[in-house]
Ligand binder design. Sequence first.
Ligand SMILES: [Zn+2]
Length: 94
Amino acid sequence: MLRFLGLLLAFIFFVPVIRMVMGLIGRAFVNFTLGQKPTAPQRAPGTPPPAPAGGMLHRDPVCGTYVSESVAVKLNAKGQTHYFCSEGCRNKFA
Ligand SMILES: [Zn+2]
């Protein structure tokens, strides 16, 4: 009976350890197999990034960066609105 209890205790102690080790091995295996899969296609250089929800994209005429209308630095000149990625670009333009 005492031996049975000892086995039971050992079982109770080892099951979580074994489960944890198996989980780690399983996760490492999943990471390994996922790592072999090709990742999402890279955007070709020079193409504008997908439009964020924050508004239309405008091209910064100074550095060529596409900026969202909601975050762009704006400049009104001769009835036209120009959009810049930063005040530095706006100052260069003006
Ligand atoms: Zn810029």
